[in-house]
Design a protein around this ligand. Sequence first.
Ligand code: BTN
Length: 237
Amino acid sequence: LGRFVHFFESVESTQKIAHRLAQENADEGTLVIAEEQVSGRGRMARTWYSPKGTGIWMSLLLRPSLPPQKAPQFTLIAAVAIVEAIEKVCGLKVDIKWPNDLLINGKKITGILTELQADSEQIHSLIIGIGINVNQDIEDFSEEIQQIATSLHIESGKTFSRAGIVQEILFNLEKYYAVYISEGFEPIKEIWEKYAITIGKHITARTLNKEIKGLASGITNEGVLKLIDENGETHLI
Ligand code: BTN
């Protein structure tokens, strides 16, 4: 993975470029990476703050031969690959908050955005967008963002090579993608559950069109969260 790298100084969003490259038949493993994004996107139409030179803003194109229902598993695969890379390179402990947030001391360090081009039976391209706050100082964040986000630098007092972290993430992703293809999702789910702080807690799960409160009881083999509401009904989200 990452054998074909498209590097940009400044882009609207690496996701947008990766989608375009996917439509132009780019190969699996193509990586789009930028120093700055002027309209970085988050989940649920949120914006993702991506200032110049301090973070990792990248999108990776995969082409797994799978039905679209399997796509959520890739957010979990990416989460495990990133957590282990940050632990190894930076020596920091990272928690996973379902579905796609990585937290250090309760504040967001990474967001993952998995998007698809697919028909009802088959994924054509799967784009994993990864945003990591690396070398920002606290004053680089607005007061509002300071409440919810942090950077690897803020948490450790050290400055990190972004290239070193990217390399380790790609190495891990390649490893876990191979595990997934040969052994299925189960081994990755087990590692994910080790880092996840969501399971066993009462949470409010928000999707674009609904909000459900309940007990997060586990992850299905599809990579979907099982939530038991107050009537004892199970929701898959
Ligand atoms: C989230 O937590 O809501 C997901 C954030 C994903 C941000 C990354 S940065 C690289 C890629 N390009 C984007 O525009 N978004 C993703």
